[in-house]
Design a protein around this ligand. Structure first.
Ligand code: PLP
Length: 415
């Protein structure tokens, strides 16, 4: 089009970030009463750039999504190649889609037995939902069990095994037959019985304040589920794909669930969730009736292309080992902050999933705001407003770790 034929805009084109902030508040449904509100224009590696050109070091990685950092080249190349081939072509897993099949095959091989079969979804909560339905149908039972402060997503099924009344109560009644057990109470496991279809647990509770499940508790839970024939479901939406220092969180305790749920980092930045199990268990979705649980977009070829590239990068660059090393360094730094600043009550974590527990919700909010002012993105967990959770990209460099710790030190000094 020649320059003369370009229509004149009826009003001045807003500078990036100008009208956007207003329209964001007016037209994007708000779930947070105090959104961070950064107008994002770019994200590369561990850094995010806003519309004013300011750069922020991202210690959240979109809540544990950007394990490889933002804009990983291999992931972008794989997406570009898939874009040229095809996007969505058919619902309900009717066609053989190369990236989907290759991803399922690779995940099964890496997770090992019994995870032979993989059902893809669009998100973590849908993967939990699918796992719960699979367990109910496979066992012919209705009981669903979750744990205090667990978080599995916000659909009705996932919420029914979520362990925080603050988020459950406004949506009651939830699924009949669902119950919440106390965290790490071996005695309470006796209440899991022959009416229980599934027990859902995060090996490390992320939104619950980065609480690590004791391997002995997980073993007792595994034994009880086996004894009564209930399916054990590990929600590895956060702990999967290298974040805890092994490719899957279950590899730390050696306790294998019947169903393994993945999402977040799985899609390499695109929406994707999955649950894996034996062919015998997942086969329940094929019969009585056929098409017992289906999804139009779950396992989208573009998401699977990104996921396959992200998984290959994670394995080839041994990012789980890197997460273990960098996480240990970060944790040592946090321990030293705790020794110097009274406001820090505790630090804990595993791999690149770490927590800084502060004295009060007010101190926690001021800490997060102070970090943001100094160019560091952190946030508190959904179920514990005194816990700052760090879930940075696994590729964080030593220099970035040093910068993050120095910034937090400065914020704590001013708190
Ligand atoms: C442990 C866990 N499970 C499930 C979910 C739900 O995943 P999604 O937000 O993709 O539905 C989340 C989300 O934060 C999560 O942290």
């Amino acid at each position: 089009m020649s320059a003369r034929r370009v229509p004149r805009p009826s009003r001045p084109v807003p500078a990036p970030g100008q009208d956007l902030a207003r329209d964001f508040r007016l037209h994007v449904a708000q779930t947070s009463t105090g959104p961070l509100g950064l107008a994002i224009v770019a994200a590369r590696g561990a850094w995010i750039t806003d519309a004013s050109g300011r750069r922020y070091l991202d210690l959240l990685a979109g809540m544990g999504v950007a394990n490889l950092g933002h804009g990983n080249r291999a992931v972008l190349r794989a997406c570009a190649a898939q874009l040229r081939r095809h996007l969505h072509v058919m619902v309900y897993g009717e066609y053989v889609l190369e990236t989907q099949v290759r991803l399922a095959t690779r995940l099964s091989a890496l997770a090992g037995p019994p995870f032979e079969s993989c059902y893809f979804t669009n998100s973590g909560t849908e993967a939990i939902e699918g796992a719960l339905k699979t367990a109910r149908k496979f066992t012919g039972r209705s009981g669903l069990v979750g744990f205090d402060l667990g978080f599995h997503g916000d659909t009705f099924g996932a919420l029914s095994v979520g362990g925080n009344p603050v988020y459950r109560d406004p949506f009651l009644p939830l699924l009949p037959g669902s119950r919440i057990l106390p965290w790490q109470d071996v005695g309470a496991l006796r209440t899991i019985d022959r009416t229980t279809a599934a027990v859902v647990i995060e090996p490390v509770q992320a939104e619950g304040g980065v609480r690590l499940a004791d391997p002995a508790f997980l073993r007792a839970l595994r034994d009880r589920c086996r004894e009564v024939g209930a399916l054990l479901v590990f929600d590895e939406v956060v702990t999967g794909l290298g974040r805890t220092g092994t490719l899957f969180g279950f590899q730390q305790s050696g306790v294998k669930p019947d169903l393994l749920v993945l999402a977040k980092a799985l899609g390499g930045g695109l929406p994707l969730g999955a649950f894996l199990g034996s062919r015998r268990i997942l086969g329940t979705l094929t019969r009585n009736p056929a098409l017992a649980h289906v999804t139009t977009f779950g396992g989208h070829p573009l998401s699977c292309a990104a996921a396959l590239a992200a998984l290959n990068e994670t394995v080839e660059r041994d990012l789980p080992a890197r997460a273990a090393r960098s996480g240990a360094l970060l944790l040592r730094g946090l321990e030293s902050l705790a020794a110097r600043h009274k406001a820090v009550r505790a630090v804990r974590g595993v791999g690149m999933l770490l927590a800084l527990e502060l004295a009060s919700p007010r101190a926690t909010r001021r800490f997060a705001a102070g970090c943001l002012e100094r160019g560091l993105i952190v946030n508190w967990t959904l179920h514990r407003d005194t816990v700052i959770r760090l879930a940075p990209p696994l590729i964080l460099s030593r220099a970035e770790i040093t910068l993050a710790l120095a910034t937090m030190d400065a914020v704590l000094r001013d708190l």
